[in-house]
Design a protein around this ligand. Structure first.
Ligand code: PMP
Length: 314
């Protein structure tokens, strides 16, 4: 088995090969969705011979907060979690872009939905390229599935069970020939993609749904708002968005750790703007890429560099 297929993972407080990280078929989280996860990207810098983890501390802060929704009080601090992740990267000696998946889950092997106080965490890292092939724009559709409401399963919580909602919408979109789904909430407002946040450009302004419209408050969303303000001098308006605005905007794009910035060129068979990647989406894409890859020093505070054994390779 290649190391790539059997990476070292952090499991039950130890570093073990993925093939040894086993859980019971009765695990509570498997049956009832009682887990909380995160997704963090690491960008390999050939120039620095370093892995650059993007906003890892912010992801771990969000993870700990979200675990609190399920009354899982993670014992590790954010900085300990960053240290564990750095060690994970070193042990795997990754020298390519990666994706880190932390997960906390109700681990009791028993039947019965009421959770007890047992939980476990795992952190997995895998080599990871682009998630959506989006350079020339993607085709999105409004899903027939509605976004989970905050008082059903909080979308901001990145709760495993809530991703059935995303899986249903993604599956429907793909079966119908689209690349990604866009959710409306029960009030009929546009909220986000199945695995990403959404921005529109209208009359030269960025618009994105507010945190209170059942979205996951994305770290990429926050990054894009900050970069747009500083680099493009564009403010973002956070307000509810009507479905018909999707068909009349100048540009639209998704944001997320995995999707990064993915321009949308068609929605429900309507061209977005001119039906090609617009200038603001493409500027933001290139600024974002240069920031995450460590080419703009003023944003280095967002990067957690990992010194790997790869240093010796130069
Ligand atoms: N919305 C959903 C439903 C997601 O799963 C994600 C991916 N984590 C996002 C938005 C984007 O969040 P982030 O930018 O923090 O990755």
């Amino acid at each position: 088995m290649m190391a790539q297929d059997n990476p070292i993972v952090f499991f039950n407080d130890r570093f073990v090969p993925l093939s040894e990280a086993k859980i019971s078929i009765l695990t509570h989280a498997l049956h009832y969705g009682t887990g909380v996860f995160e997704g963090i990207r690491g960008y390999w810098s050939e120039k620095r011979k370093q892995m650059l983890l993007f906003r890892a501390a912010d992801h771990f802060r969000r993870w700990k907060l979200n675990c609190g929704l399920l009354h899982m009080d993670l014992a590790h601090t954010e900085s300990e979690l960053c240290d564990i992740t750095e060690e994970l990267v070193r042990r795997n000696d990754f020298c390519t872009d990666i994706y880190i998946r932390p997960i906390a889950y109700r681990s009791s092997p028993r039947v019965g939905v009421r959770p007890d106080d047992q939980y476990a965490i795992a952190i997995i890292g895998i080599p990871f390229g682009p998630y959506l092939s989006s350079a020339s724009g993607i085709h999105a559709c409004v899903s027939t599935w509605r976004r989970v409401e905050d008082n059903a399963i909080p979308a901001r919580g990145k709760i495993c069970g809530a991703y059935v909602n995303s899986a249903l919408a993604t599956d429907e979109a793909h079966r119908n020939g689209f690349d990604e789904a866009i959710f409306l909430n029960e009030a009929g407002h546009v909220v986000e993609g199945a695995t990403c946040n959404l921005f529109l450009v209208k009359q030269g302004k960025l618009i994105t749904p507010p945190a209170s419209d059942n979205i996951l408050e994305g770290i990429t969303r926050d990054t894009v708002m900050q970069l747009a303000a500083r680099e493009l001098r564009m403010e973002t308006i956070e307000r509810s968005i009507d479905r018909s605005e999707l068909y009349q905007c100048e540009e639209a794009f998704f944001t997320g750790t995995a999707v990064e910035i993915a321009p949308i060129t068609r929605i429900d068979h309507h061209p977005v703007g001119l039906g090609v990647v617009g200038p603001i989406s493409s500027q933001l894409r290139s600024v974002y890429d240069s920031v995450v890859r460590g080419w703009r020093e003023q944003y280095d505070h967002w990067l957690e560099p990992v010194l790997t054994p790869a240093l010796d390779r130069s």
